[in-house]
Design a protein around this ligand. Structure first.
Ligand SMILES: [Zn+2]
Ligand SMILES: [Zn+2]
Length: 747
């Protein structure tokens, strides 16, 4: 599939090569391959850099900028399989598209430096054999601590001292002593991942006709890709189906076909912490779990997973966006689940969109990619319309489930008493649902208790000292927190401005905690839980909550957008959206699209099995086109409307945007750089630069921020323009210029 697999690569001996290092450098450096060594492009090597030893990747021919005697020798070849050509091409493509240093993109592929070293052998402990035979020295006493250690080891699995100590609740000196006096014996353990074999030949679930048809189209694309050596394996397919239409099981069939052909599969998901149910379904279909890649992994898991990926041992890996840059050796399929999700966009460091770069990886690797969504992004929808992407539609809900009805509650007409957020209409519907023994979900995209606290005496508003943002009250923690930088303070007893007592401090507006308070008051008999990113930080916590909801131990689930993704709660039949207008006021390019996607997905949470569901949207703007489109359920009509508006204004995907963010601690310096950039800004047909202007988030983490925004027609080479533009302005120390091609946030 990838050319490097078929044609033997050129071997370099006794000559110079260029080596790329995982550092923010724009290109590779030349090194000399000594006579005792032979390397090829893609090999991992160790090289000297200054006084340090570094690891890098052989990138190509030497550039010949240094004469031979100034070149330093490569130290050695690492015992790791070569980096595949599709990954090297992806790295080059990403660097050039996002205007990032090549080495900074390589660093995303070499994100686990310790994985480059040979696996360590470690000392583990087991009970000594004498102990099992009952032949212990009677003079050795079995203290409580020692008994605990032995009972941990009863399962027969050896453990290293640290893990054993942690599990038994003893410190390592106890273990050392037990080993010295012969209660424990040492054995060497090799680091290994727990990988059960994935079996693609297991039988999948029974499909509807629609699913069978969709699966066979996807499988055909995988097969064509595998059979052809003549480069036409690449295809992009949008798997388009409402929530509950069985998309996951359908793309599982293309995974099975890829595995059967001997290739690896990558599944990208927005937030791995939210895929508990996905993992269950995968295990049911394939008999084992896939490898995972996310922030919850330990250092050891990270290292072993990286090696399993490059050695071809890992067959299927599911991960968050950074998994795209893992060094798969023989990738044959990528699936991007919930392709519309904004979290595929990375904003720190190299600003890239993992969905778009995944399409690039599939293209340079010449294999198929499947984008799956119930609410495709406008970008993907447009690519389908233009015939660049294919589309497979799964329109009916699986198992005969009925789509939920969506209604608005006009908040202008509702009788609301002070400090309540749930309208009488919504409360009535909740009551009925609960009486019928079914579950309710309340959605509000705001963590915490109240988004703003102010003093009624003097009007003082609590602001973050580091950011241009209000502090959000978190009542359970008794804190005021900044959601941008993490700053927090204890809720004060007096106003810091006028000294008024705490009863003058008013909480303004609702967050999920405040809605929960109202729920507790009106439905004291019902059990509720809050589901927000700060209450479900780990995979474990998320898993537990999902299980409790499934087991019907929770009647009312209150949460933020983390609830909208991928969960399957068959007994949940009412979704109440506390403030459907919230996202609409965001004012950025994708506000309408994002709100539509979110509310559409949420509504889909209601009534997925045999029960029909209902979604109620509380709104002050029932006539807004987004709200109207939601009620009518005409998704494609909404997308077409949105597309024509973007087209009119030359906005993505019909035009290009590049954001330049200038930041630094010294206001004057930052402003000067921003002004210089403004003066040097490119001009020409089909291109305009807005700004510089102070960013809406004018201060973030103590750094002042200015923004410029370039808009260009699609046929303008914006990378070339921006590269030239930035080269004309001197950037002093202490000022950072960040380039964001295809920006998603405009704060
Ligand atoms: Zn005050
Ligand atoms: Zn802050």
């Amino acid at each position: 599939m990838v050319t490097s697999h078929t044609t033997p690569p050129r071997v370099y001996i006794n000559e110079s090569v260029s080596v790329l290092l995982p550092l923010p450098l724009t290109g590779p450096y030349d090194y000399f391959v000594p006579p005792n060594l032979a390397v090829s492009v893609g090999d991992f090597v160790s090289i000297p850099l200054g006084r340090r030893e570094m690891k890098g990747v052989v990138w190509g021919n030497g550039k010949g900028e240094l004469e031979r005697k100034k070149l330093r020798n490569i130290n050695g070849l690492l015992d790791i399989p070569r980096m595949s050509s599709d990954l090297r091409l992806l790295i080059e493509w990403t660097a050039s598209y996002t205007l990032s240093p090549l080495g900074a993109v390589l660093r995303m592929s070499m994100s686990v430096p310790s994985a480059l070293e040979s696996p360590r052998k470690r000392i583990g402990f087991l009970p000594s054999e004498n102990l099992n035979n009952g032949q212990t020295d009677s003079r050795i006493s079995l203290t409580n601590a020692r008994s605990r250690v032995l009972s941990v080891l009863k399962d027969g699995c050896p453990r290293i001292a640290a893990a054993l100590g942690r599990e038994a609740g003893v410190n390592s000196s106890v273990i050392r002593k037990m080993s010295d006096i012969g209660l424990l014996r040492k054995i060497t353990i090799e680091e290994k991942l727990n990988m059960d074999p994935i079996d693609e030949s297991l039988k999948g679930p029974v499909f509807s006709d629609l699913q069978t048809n969709a699966a066979s189209i996807l499988v055909k694309r995988v097969k064509r890709s595998n059979e052809s050596n003549n480069k036409n394996g690449f295809s992009v397919t949008l798997l388009d189906g409402v929530t509950g239409s069985g998309k996951t099981e359908v793309y599982f069939e293309s995974i099975a076909a890829t595995l059967a052909a001997g290739f690896q599969v990558l599944v990208l998901v927005p937030e791995i912490a939210l895929t508990v149910q996905w993992l269950q379904r995968f295990q049911e279909r394939f008999g084992a779990r896939p490898l995972e890649w996310h922030s919850d992994l330990t250092g050891l898991e990270r290292r072993l997973t990286w090696r399993a990926v490059i050695s071809d041992e890992a067959r299927v890996l599911v991960g968050a966006r950074s998994a795209l840059f893992l060094p798969f050796r023989s990738l044959g399929l990528i699936v991007v689940d919930e392709e519309h999700d904004g979290s595929f966009k990375q904003e720190d460091g190299v600003s890239y969109n993992a969905r778009d770069m995944a399409v690039v990886r599939a293209r340079v690797g010449d294999f198929p990619i499947v984008l799956s969504s119930a609410t495709p992004s406008l970008e993907t929808f447009t690519n389908v319309q233009l015939g660049r992407y294919k589309r497979v539609v799964l329109s009916k809900r699986f198992g005969g489930a009925i789509l939920p009805e969506i209604h608005t509650i006009d908040m202008r007409l509702e009788q609301m008493t002070g400090h309540t957020w749930l309208s009488p209409d919504l409360k009535r519907a909740m009551k009925k649902t609960l009486n019928d023994g079914e579950q309710v979900m309340l959605f509000l995209n705001r963590r915490g208790y109240a988004p703003l606290t102010l003093c009624r005496q003097c009007g003082h508003r609590f602001k973050c000292p580091n950011c241009t943002s209000w502090l959000v009250e978190h009542k359970f923690q008794h804190k005021l927190c900044c959601h941008h930088c993490g700053y927090s303070m204890i809720v004060p007893t007096n106003c810091p401005e006028c000294g008024a007592t705490s009863d003058s401090l008013a909480s303004c507006g609702p967050g999920v905690e405040r809605v929960a308070e109202e729920v507790a008051e009106y439905f004291p008999e019902s059990k509720y839980e809050i589901m927000a990113s700060d209450t479900m930080q780990s995979l474990k916590a998320s898993k537990k909550l999902v299980q409790r909801v499934q087991a019907r131990e929770v009647d009312i689930l209150i949460g933020t957008q983390v609830m909208a993704k991928g969960h399957h709660f068959p007994n949940l039949t009412l979704v109440g959206v506390v403030d459907a207008d919230l996202g609409l006021s965001g004012g950025d390019l994708r506000a309408a699209e994002r709100t539509f996607q979110l509310l559409y997905q949420l509504s889909g949470r209601a009534g997925r099995a045999q029960r029909s569901g209902k979604a109620l949207l509380q709104t002050f703007q029932p006539d807004d086109p987004v709200i109207q489109a939601l009620i009518s359920g005409e998704r494609d009509k909404f997308l077409a409307l949105e597309a024509s508006a973007r087209k009119r204004h030359g906005m993505p995907p019909f035009g290009r945007l590049v954001a330049i963010i200038v930041s630094g601690k010294d206001y004057k310096r930052v402003e000067n750089v921003a002004r210089s950039l403004g003066r040097a800004s490119p001009s020409g047909t089909g291109l305009i630069v807005h700004g510089p202007a102070a960013a809406p988030l004018a201060v973030l983490r103590g750094r002042h921020r200015f923004r410029l925004l370039l808009r260009a027609d699609r046929d303008v080479n914006v990378q070339q323009k921006v590269r030239f533009w930035l080269s004309r302005v001197q950037i002093p120390n202490g000022v950072h210029v960040n380039v964001d091609v295809d920006p998603y946030r405009f704060l």
